[in-house]
Design a protein around this ligand. Structure first.
Ligand code: GLP
Length: 241
């Protein structure tokens, strides 16, 4: 695992933006695996800047988001669908047909999960997967469990996750308790992975992720087996390494 230690959030998103820019310049029809959460807001701001400076175009880019709450409608301002529109897509020339986000309003989540994996397979898999990390070591919404789930699946959200993400909803009760998430297999099959961790609250997860042991109670630890992963972490996140 290639670990790049940076000073702070700004340096982290700068590096991540550059890395993603190079990917899209090298392969205009890149398949990008995208993440949400507070960490990614600045990364998408950088990407929009690169787009506005005409360094990159999203015209042929295909995207697959990692996850979506369940149940939730696309219109819900707290959905990851709205997050992606607001923070990235509506500012770019991406073709809406190339945007994929799990449908949090489906009545058949099992079928939605299966067809999501098939759509990824149909385009030859993910070229670059962007990942954040939960305080509890989750990636996407692959929550700590005795066994990691391989395929895209519906999962119960961990208490820590509900605590951390409830502020995006009008109340804790308004927050869905489940989510559809890409499984470990499609993440590990991505040709390249870039993971971002910033802030002291991520330091324990980062430590568990890099201690040369795979532990499903810290899902990100499996990433140590990936052949091309770059982690960019700030000083605070690296505190316990
Ligand atoms: C969220 C998302 C993850 C994200 C992580 C960290 O719940 N499902 O994809 O990477 O948790 O979020 P944040 O960047 O807000 O700390």
């Amino acid at each position: 695992m290639n670990l790049i230690r940076v000073k702070d959030y700004n340096e982290m998103i700068e590096r991540a933006g550059e890395y993603m820019k190079l990917q899209v310049r090298e392969k205009k029809d890149s398949v990008l695996g995208l993440a949400t959460g507070r960490t990614m807001v600045g990364v998408y701001e950088r990407l929009i800047e690169h787009y506005k400076n005409k360094d990159i175009s999203f015209r042929d880019v295909i995207t697959f988001n990692l996850d979506e709450y369940y149940p939730i409608t696309r219109e819900n301002p707290s959905s990851y669908y709205q997050y992606m529109m607001e923070h990235l897509f509506r500012h770019t020339d991406i073709n809406t047909e190339n945007i994929h986000i799990p449908d949090g309003s489906t009545t058949d989540p099992l079928e939605e999960c299966k067809s999501y994996d098939k759509k990824i397979e149909a385009v030859g898999g993910i070229d670059l997967q962007l990942l954040g990390i939960g305080r509890n070591g989750h990636i996407g919404f692959n929550e700590p469990k005795p066994v990691l789930e391989l395929n895209t699946h519906l999962t119960d959200l961990d208490e820590t996750t509900i605590e951390d993400n409830a502020s995006a909803f009008s109340s804790r009760e308004a927050m869905p308790q489940q989510a559809i998430t890409l499984g470990i297999k499609k993440i590990m099959e991505a040709k390249k992975i870039i993971l971002l961790a910033n802030g002291r609250e991520k330091s324990e997860a980062l430590r568990k992720m890099t201690r040369k042991e795979v532990d499903p109670r810290w899902p990100a630890s499996i990433l140590q087996l990936h052949p091309d992963i770059t982690t960019i972490a700030d000083e605070e996140a690296c505190e316990r390494l």
